[in-house]
Design a protein around this ligand. Structure first.
Ligand code: 5AD
Length: 370
């Protein structure tokens, strides 16, 4: 194989080369990878880091994903759903702060009452956030799980802002055996990877900017799995990527399987972010809350490795502790001053600045739209 500096100057990589880049651990090697990913980000995406205000609108969930603390069979969680007025107040606050868009996330539900509730919320946000600076209103990212094409279309119509319409649906892992192990409940598979791929295609048809991603450091996950995940992101032609380290959740069903040790998990996550930036140059890549949970300041590290999106949590304080996807989730105990701190810290990264009052769409999506 070529030397590292030759590899980093390339624009295409074999699976073997990708695996090698992911495996780097020597300080000078990871620094070279980081520096290359950072400059590719600057060249393709510019200096802006975009903020998406994350609103965790409900922790009710019909799914039983084994890694997740708000899965249906965790009866220790107090369940909540925000009212339309509460959600609207969060959206208006994000709008006031100059966040170009918000991300609405919840557990997975498919009943008509829920579908209609989301429609109403989207219409209300659209009506309340249109002004001269935002003729199309606030951008909206939905993260509400697997739905039918018809539901995706209804929500797209209700959002009323085709330029700022996005959906995050992680595949969690592209290895079907691992995917099944993460989602199976005894005697039945409640989730199937093929359905997820279908949902991602449906989202594209319905006009969304499509986001996906995986967890890094899952029990039994290999570097080859991550290499395959990268190929899958390219096949999906993802506009947005959200990835973070897998962290044990005591509300989940995988406690006995453990998790990777802190240092190798942190480096593997950062390497995966950097290599994703090299292969999907024009994608928006988010620095996940799980990265901040693993390592205080982790999101800022993520930015230096190629992330260009941060999603500050703007959920009302009262319900935050009930949206515990994994143990010690970052940001559950802190208020808006923590968001001001991350905003200031982003501006302090040389070569980076906050991208405010703009949608900040993925370059890949803009190119596809012509
Ligand atoms: N560790 C890390 N990330 C998790 N998620 C859920 N549970 C965990 C966990 N234990 C992530 C999943 C999901 C997103 C909303 O949160 O990737 O798609």
């Amino acid at each position: 194989m070529s030397t590292l500096s030759t590899l980093l100057a390339q624009t295409q990589w074999t699976d073997e080369e990708r695996r090698y880049l992911l495996s780097l651990t020597k300080p000078e090697d990871v620094e070279a990878l980081r520096a290359r990913a950072f400059s590719v980000t600057t060249e393709t995406m510019g200096p802006n880091v975009y903020l998406r205000g994350l609103i965790e609108i409900s922790n009710l969930c019909t799914a039983n994903c084994r890694y997740c603390g708000i899965r249906k069979s965790n009866h220790e969680v107090e369940r909540y759903t925000l009212s339309q007025d509460q959600i609207l107040a969060c959206a208006l606050e994000a709008h006031r702060l100059g966040y170009g868009s918000i991300a609405i996330q919840a557990g997975e539900r498919r009943d008509e009452k829920w579908v209609r509730f989301i429609e109403d919320v989207l219409k209300a946000i659209h009506a309340a956030t249109q002004d001269e600076a935002h003729p199309h209103g606030l951008g909206i990212t939905l993260s509400l799980g697997e739905q039918t094409l018809e539901v995706y279309e209804r929500w797209a119509a209700a959002a009323g802002n085709p330029e700022g319409l996005r959906y995050l649906l992680r595949i969690e892992s592209s290895n079907p055996t691992l995917f099944n192990a993460l989602h199976s409940t005894p005697g039945k598979y409640e989730k199937v990877l093929e359905h997820r791929y279908r949902a991602l295609q449906d989202l594209r048809r319905a006009g969304y900017q499509v986001g996906t991603g995986v967890m890094i450091g899952l029990p039994n996950q290999t570097l080859d799995d991550l290499v395959h995940d990268l190929r899958t992101f390219e096949t999906i032609d993802a506009d947005m990527i959200g990835m973070g380290p897998y962290i044990t959740s005591h509300g989940g069903d995988m406690v006995e399987e453990g998790m990777m040790a802190h240092d190798p998990l942190l480096q593997r996550t950062l390497n995966m972010i950097a290599v994703t930036r090299l292969v999907l140059t024009g994608a928006n890549i988010a620095a996940a809350t799980a990265l901040e949970t693993l390592e205080p300041g982790g999101r800022l590290k993520g930015i230096t490795y190629g992330c260009n999106v941060v999603m500050p949590n703007i959920t009302p304080q009262l319900t935050r502790t009930s949206y515990q996807l994994y143990d010690n989730k970052s940001g559950t105990e802190v208020g808006s001053e923590a968001n001001r701190a991350i905003e200031a810290a982003i501006n302090a990264i040389p070569g980076r600045q906050l991208g405010l009052f703009t949608l900040g769409s993925a370059k890949r999506w803009c190119a596809r739209q012509g």
